[in-house]
Design a protein around this ligand. Structure first.
Ligand code: IFM
Length: 511
């Protein structure tokens, strides 16, 4: 470095950051505070992203401290991956490959619990082994370790991983990920769920029992909505991956099925996919019950529950926590299901569930507010979304987050919230989605925002997008080699290399 000299190093540094910001920046016109907070969030994601290796991923507190032992959670797949997929697919690939590289750790964990396939670590280390301890909360009343079931029962982690791999493939078209461990990982996750599931002969259906969903205050529940939808999605992507390989890489598929001894399993997975129970919106109110029996729990307001706290930082979950016997949830669960599977629910159903679950959500996890922002934007209520976006985007600027669970300090930076801030702005307010090979843009900007401009990419093609209250503009960026379809507020356009399109919109009215 000394030999190269300060000026040259500074120039290189500057060039690198310019390139990164060009791909990742989001420019908000009309809201300087949001602009600062969002850039701050993106900066944090960029400085901890593994650009150099596909054997590491991003831990839940980045590199800011020792809490969670530097381990990787579902935070990465669920809340950070979308930003990288849309802006920097090489990093997205590294994140996804980390899971493929740690498949053996997930196999070890499945075997340890007596299951088949791959059960990913709740707190994943370098080799995929689980850093999560069985007693990971200290009871503030007795000062004794408390049994929790994060490690044993948050099985949705294997679904989060499998679906992320497929998402990477559909977003980038990069089939190599499937051949380099992606397909194997997806199939092993599906196999895990088959072995974990219970076939209910009376109801002639598979069920996913004894799990802990995102809402960690209610452990070991049956038919948790989020978990069951994600498991179903895992089976679907496993079958999609098999169909794709059959079509395009038949020899690789045959070798994989034989290596994994998977021919029988594949048949079982097809049947399970047909017969898996996923909780549906019920009754006149259209609510999805978070898990079996949730509606029978005590109805109590958050304020009232807080007034029952005896010792600051006492844990609300576990066997006898304050929230355990009530309908108060730690973080978005059913509403996260509404976001992940937005096309499977009507606006009315999403609204009803948002309105029901929001007042009952403590937002005790930094992963929660952005989900409420996303679904509020999706139903055309950006002003409901805005405070949740702000909470997410400013979390590490204000320090306004939970700092202790029991006696454990859990402060530090919050990369999942940083990713959630990007999601709320781009997938929420700007209304960007990518599915079936096309970008869909249905904005619902908050009042304060005059416009938002950003870059997105998919299938190797990059575009500049500007969204205002009455117009969406897109422009293909230099280097594009093929056309991509955009559905802008319901109107379909084919954006050729070098192409530009604008459509006038009646914002939110279309939703
Ligand atoms: O992964 C999260 C979990 O959902 C809630 N507790 C903190 C974890 C790490 O951020």
């Amino acid at each position: 470095a000394h030999e190269e000299g300060y000026d040259s190093l500074l120039q290189k540094h500057d060039a690198k950051w310019t390139k990164l910001w060009k791909a990742s920046d989001v420019v908000i016109d009309g809201d300087d505070e949001a602009q600062l907070a969002l850039r701050y969030s993106l900066y944090h994601l960029l400085i901890i992203a593994p650009t150099h290796s596909d054997k590491v991923s991003i831990p839940a507190r980045g590199l800011s401290g020792q809490v969670y032992k530097g381990a990787v959670f579902w935070d990465t797949e669920m809340f950070m991956l979308p930003f990288f997929l849309h802006t920097n697919p090489a990093i997205a690939r590294n994140l996804v490959m980390y899971r493929c590289q740690t498949l053996d750790g997930a196999r070890r964990k499945a075997a340890e619990y007596g299951f088949e396939g791959a059960f990913f670590a709740w707190e994943s280390q370098d080799n995929g082994d689980d850093a999560c301890t069985l007693f990971n909360v200290t009871d503030v009343f007795t000062n004794r370790p408390m049994r929790t079931y994060f490690r044993d029962k948050q099985v949705h982690i294997s679904a989060d991983v499998a679906v992320a791999i497929w998402q990477y493939y559909t977003f980038t078209g990069d089939e190599s990920i499937l051949l380099e461990g992606g397909a194997e990982t997806i199939l092993e996750c599906a196999r895990f769920f088959h072995s974990y599931s219970y076939f209910n002969p009376t109801k002639d259906r598979y069920e996913i029992l004894d799990v802990t969903g995102p809402d960690e205050y209610h452990e070991r529940v049956n038919n948790n909505a989020f978990t069951s939808y994600m498991v179903k999605n895992t089976l679907e992507v496993a079958l999609d991956a098999v169909a794709l390989l059959e079509d395009r890489h038949a020899d690789d598929l045959a070798a994989l099925l034989s290596k994994l001894d998977y021919v029988e399993t594949l048949k079982q997975i097809r049947v399970m996919n047909e017969k898996l129970y996923v909780p549906q919106p019920g009754g006149e109110d259209g609510l999805i019950e978070q898990f079996d029996g949730y509606f029978r729990l005590e109805e109590v307001g958050l304020k009232e529950l807080k007034s029952r706290v005896l010792i600051p930082n006492e844990y609300w979950g576990g066997g006898n926590g304050l929230a355990t016997t009530t309908r108060i949830l730690k973080q978005a669960d059913v509403v996260l299901t509404m976001h992940r599977f937005k096309d499977r629910f009507s606006k009315e159903i999403k609204k009803a569930n948002w309105e029901f679950y929001e007042p009952r959500t403590e937002h005790g996890s930094s992963l929660s507010p952005c989900v409420y922002a996303l679904v509020a934007s999706d139903i055309g209520s950006p002003d409901w979304a805005y405070p949740y976006f702000k909470k997410t985007a400013t979390i590490d600027m204000t320090g306004d987050s939970k700092q202790f669970v029991g006696t454990l300090y859990i402060g530090g930076t919050h990369p999942a919230a940083n990713g959630g801030a990007w999601m709320s702005a781009i997938q929420g307010f700007a209304g960007v989605g990518f599915h079936d090979g096309a970008f869909h843009i249905d904005p619902a900007l908050p009042q304060a925002w005059k416009s938002v401009a950003f870059t997105v990419q998919a299938l190797g093609q990059r575009f500049a997008v500007t969204v205002s209250h009455n117009e969406i503009s897109i422009a293909a960026l230099a280097g594009n080699t093929r056309a991509l379809t955009f559905v802008l507020n319901g109107r379909s356009v084919l954006c050729q290399p070098g192409g530009q399109h604008s459509v006038v919109i009646k914002e939110a009215a279309a939703r």
